[in-house]
Ligand binder design. Structure first.
Ligand code: OSB
Ligand code: MG
Length: 369
């Protein structure tokens, strides 16, 4: 097999509802779709980097540069054929994990298509259905948040995550708990707090939360360890989780008791699997996070969430939770109360729709050996 062509497409899609985190409010998503062609087949991937370097230091345009000038040329120069080979070769470049993941995932989809099997089969997935959850942004008011959560629960979601920040935390949790006393609930700060906020964060212990996600910035592993010692609710790291090495350090230090794995954030499935296996060995449950991906990235996430140690409900919701015109057919839908089926067709198991991609395209570039 020889890679004949690689395509990058910069896309923009409007959200069905704005998404506000401690970083600010967003109305649309800009992202890169990757395509790797070989043997008359095409593998698809998505780069989860965002327009601005807020959640991560990477950006869509930065990832485009790294793909175009380093990673795509590397594939042709080293005659990369397999995702594992890509991961090995790409290690010569530091960082840029989201750019790397976008291309590695396309190689995984291509591999599954060449073998004519579903991607989760290759990964060693153990379930055909995963627990869905929905991540709720910060709203204009507490009643608006309660109403939105009510609508998601009516659609069948059973686990709710709310975004928090200083000034939108204890009151928001109290309001959600008073209206929905039994819902599975967790919170995500996206690193908005500092050690001086520890007394405030400790108040979150009273709301029976599944976990508190990323209270402090990504590199503050030690601060998380100190907070975890003072809290009974498990802490979960998201933005801090960049490699197996950081996860090992975090677990040894006691920075968290749960790990959020985003395949698009850790550089691809090779690293995601290492993190998954290490956590499993240590008895630490993981779950699958999301970055508001289009259906391409979300389908990739579904296949990973089928692995055995993905034990908590995920940030995996139906296509319509995010976009009116998702880029894939069929749309991702809830299959039962609070569950989504892992696609069983070949590769990622969903089919990108050219017409909708064209409509969302800002730029496209084709590379050949
Ligand atoms: O922190 O999990 C996060 C979206 C963009 C960047 C960071 C995060 C998120 C989400 C969305 O919470 C989860 C989803 O894709 O459903
Ligand atoms: Mg998060």
């Amino acid at each position: 097999m020889t890679v004949e062509r690689i395509e990058l497409t910069l896309c923009k899609l409007p959200y069905v509802h704005f998404f506000e985190t401690s970083f600010g409010r967003e109305y649309e998503r800009t992202f890169i779709l990757t395509r790797v062609y070989a043997d008359g087949l095409c593998g698809w991937g998505e780069v989860v980097a965002e327009h601005a370097p807020l959640s991560s230091g990477e950006t869509t345009e930065g990832a485009w540069h790294v793909l175009k000038d380093f990673l795509v040329p590397l594939v042709f120069a080293e005659k990369v054929e397999e995702p594992e080979g890509f991961a090995r070769e790409a290690r010569r470049f530091r960082g840029n994990l989201m750019a790397k993941a976008g291309l590695e995932l396309a190689f995984w989809d291509l591999k599954a298509r060449r073998m004519n099997v579903s991607l989760s089969k290759i990964y060693g997935g153990v379930r055909g259905e995963v627990e869905a959850g929905v991540s709720c942004g910060i709203e204009d008011s507490i009643p608006a948040l309660q109403e939105r959560i009510g609508a998601y629960l009516a659609e069948g979601y059973r686990r709710i995550k709310i975004k928090i920040k200083p000034g939108w935390d204890v009151e928001a949790c109290a309001a959600v708990r008073s209206k929905y006393p039994d819902v599975l609930l967790q919170v995500d700060a996206n690193g908005a707090y500092a050690p001086a906020d520890i007394p405030r964060l400790k108040e979150l212990d009273t709301f029976n939360l599944l976990l508190v996600e990323q209270p402090f910035p990504p590199y503050d592993l030690w601060e998380h360890a100190k907070l975890q010692k003072e809290m009974k609710t498990p802490l979960c790291l998201d933005e801090s989780v960049l490699s197996l090495a950081t996860v090992r350090a975090a677990l040894e230090m006691g920075s968290c008791r749960i790990v959020n794995i985003k395949v698009g954030r850790v550089g691809g499935f090779v690293e995601a699997r290492r993190i998954h296996d290490h956590c499993q060995e240590k008895g630490v449950p993981v779950w699958c996070g999301g970055m508001l991906e289009s259906g391409v990235g979300r389908a990739h996430n579904l296949h990973i969430a089928a692995l055995p140690n993905f034990k908590l409900p995920h940030d995996l919701s139906a296509s319509r939770r995010y976009y009116k015109e998702d880029l894939i057919d069929p749309f991702i839908e809830l299959s039962g109360p609070g569950t989504i089926k892992v696609p069983t067709e070949v590769g990622i198991g969903v089919f990108p729709v050219e017409k909708r991609i064209k409509k969302a395209t800002l730029r496209i570039e084709i590379f050949k050996p």
